[in-house]
Ligand binder design. Structure first.
Ligand code: PEP
Ligand code: MN
Length: 557
């Protein structure tokens, strides 16, 4: 009988079966190896607790392993990597068996973190411990960072788990509170490589506070450097230096920026200490807004095209509720630009309360909006409603808006956390400020630090306005986060004549900007026509805002 050719469908099936059998065999062999490792542990225990790590024996095993691997045509670095995992796991198996014999039981470890079960720190601690020890782990949350540290000092817990970055506070740019950044990078083993890398930091005026190097067993001649520098990773100097550094390294990982304090600074600075700023895991810090007013942290500042949002500026975003046609959005852009707005708004995907109302032009609307923004030199903001639309919206817009109805759409927020674009997060109609901050946390924790919070009115028993503008939310939010806060007076008021007074109140309360609906022909608007300002209304509003903004010493951007 003819043998089945390997490239026929039957042949492929056979090869796959062979691969499956080999995989099963690998697992059987691993299980056998770990059984033997257990026996070694028992012997070590009987021999009165010899060290788990027998370096001479491991080196011997490694040498043979690599020799055998090469003889079989396998690459030595690959073989070393596999063996490293196997040896690490073997040590984890031996640890409780041996220490159990010497009465130092490490079957059970207590680990503390800041937060409540299920928060990021608790998940991260559980994950980390599962990969580091075979002991059973008892995880417990503490209300504050100092509580965790105290528990460790009092030996209530064996390990304390603390994050190094504070994300709800946003990027701490240009802050009074001194900041440090930790990095890991790899360099090739050639003359001057380290000097070149360090010169980049030195030239940017960055102070190095720690440097350690480690050779890489798997990749000979490559070194891993752990470096701490003073300054925040997003500060102009350091971020430029890190970009340059990245280009001359094999690999650069920024572990994070975090406040660092000395006793002296703690006494003299009236800025939020790390414990007073809401941390990575939201549960405890955001639970309550600080009782005693603190000096407000400096606003996180970021650029959107030619517009600067944050510390010391005031921004007007305006445009129609929805993009209705190419002509309509071009006309709207011209109108709001002439009135002094610098960011163009317009919905392409509309979250309408009624499914029979105009739903937006979708992708076509995004294209018109982008064209209008480019034509008039304005960054554009538009709503994204669904995960599957994120990429299309991000490709056309400069700011992605999450509408009030989606503030609790955590899957959407998590995906937006993976983006490198500003997100305008609107407060849900029935959401508390704390819930808004926790929603923001979903985006920040994903790595996207460019979050703009928006107060747009909440549902109360009052029916005279569409929603009730919570003006107090502006200073309240500003006390607990340094993210920019803007106000949407249009959806709060729902009535054209009420938009301006609410806008003025918002500016007076310290909002970093406004998002206002305006339409060249409000009576023809397909969406929210009752609240749309005309071009003239918008001009008048800008004129009325000027003395307030100037009086606060802010500049328009
Ligand atoms: C909007 O800004 O177009 C909008 C729908 O607002 P909100 O999500 O605040 O209702
Ligand atoms: Mn609207």
């Amino acid at each position: 009988m003819e043998p089945t050719p390997k490239d026929s469908p039957e042949g492929l099936d056979l090869v796959r079966k062979e691969i499956d059998e080999v995989d099963r065999e690998l697992l059987r062999l691993l299980a056998r190896r770990f059984d033997a490792v257990r026996q070694v542990a028992t012997t070590k225990r009987n021999e009165d607790a010899k060290a788990i790590l027998d370096s001479a024996r491991e080196l011997d095993v490694q040498a043979h392993w690599v020799q055998d691997a090469e003889a079989l045509g396998l690459s030595a670095p690959f073989a070393r990597r596999i063996l490293k995992e196997v040896l690490n796991h073997s040590r984890r198996i031996q640890e409780p068996l041996i220490s159990g014999a010497s009465e130092q039981v490490v079957h059970h470890l207590k680990v503390g973190y800041q937060g409540v079960p299920g928060c990021y720190s608790s998940l991260a601690s559980a994950h980390l411990m599962a990969t580091r020890t075979s002991a059973t782990v008892d995880l417990g949350g503490y209300p504050t960072f100092p509580d965790v540290v105290d528990a460790l000092q009092n030996r209530e817990i064996d390990y304390a788990f603390l994050p190094v970055e504070n994300s709800i506070g946003g990027s701490i740019l240009d802050v009074n509170l001194p900041c440090k950044t930790s990095l890991v990078f790899k360099l090739n083993h050639h003359e001057g490589a380290l000097a070149k890398a360090l010169a980049i930091l030195a030239d940017s005026g960055t102070n190095l506070t720690r440097i350690e190097s480690r050779p890489q067993p798997d990749t000979p001649w490559e070194y891993l450097f752990f470096v701490d520098v003073e300054g925040h990773k997003d500060s102009p100097n350091l971020s430029a230096a890190l970009r340059q550094l990245r280009s001359c390294c094999n690999h650069l990982r920024i572990l994070g920026s975090y406040p660092f304090r000395t006793k002296k600074q703690e006494q003299h600075l009236d800025v939020p200490t790390p414990a007073a700023l809401p941390p990575v895991q939201p549960s405890c810090r955001i639970e309550s807004v600080p009782e005693t007013p603190k000096a407000a942290p400096k606003r996180t500042t970021f650029k959107i095209g030619n517009v600067t949002l944050g510390e010391g500026t005031f921004v007007m975003m305006s445009g129609p509720c929805a993009v209705e046609s190419r002509e309509q959005i071009l006309e709207s852009a011209a109108m709001v630009k002439a009135a002094g707005a610098t960011i163009l708004r317009g919905g392409a995907f509309k979250p309408r309360t009624s499914p029979y109302a105009f739903q937006g032009l979708g992708l076509e609307g995004l294209r018109y909006l982008q064209e209008a923004g480019r034509t008039y030199g304005m960054p554009v903001t538009t709503e994204v409603m669904a995960i599957e639309d994120i990429l299309a919206v991000a490709a056309h817009a400069d700011i992605l808006q999450v509408g009030a109805r989606n503030m609790h759409n955590f899957s959407l927020l998590k995906e937006l956390g993976r983006l490198d674009k500003p997100i305008l997060l609107k407060r849900g109609m029935s959401a508390t400020v704390k819930e808004l901050l926790l929603a923001a946390e979903y985006i920040l924790a994903g790595g996207n630090q460019q979050v703009i919070l928006c107060e747009r009115g909440i549902r109360t028993f009052e029916t005279a306005t569409r929603s009730t503008l919570d003006v107090s939310a502006v200073p309240v939010i500003k006390r607990s986060t340094n993210l920019p806060v803007i106000v949407d007076p249009s959806h709060a008021a729902g009535i054209r004549e009420l938009v301006a007074p609410l806008a003025l109140a918002a500016a007076a309360a310290g909002a970093d900007g406004l998002i206002v609906e305006a339409h060249p022909h409000p009576e023809q608007a397909l969406c929210d026509k009752e609240q749309a300002l005309t071009g003239e209304d918008l001009k008048q509003l800008m004129a009325d805002l000027r003395p307030i903004v100037a009086g606060q010493g802010r500049i328009w951007s």
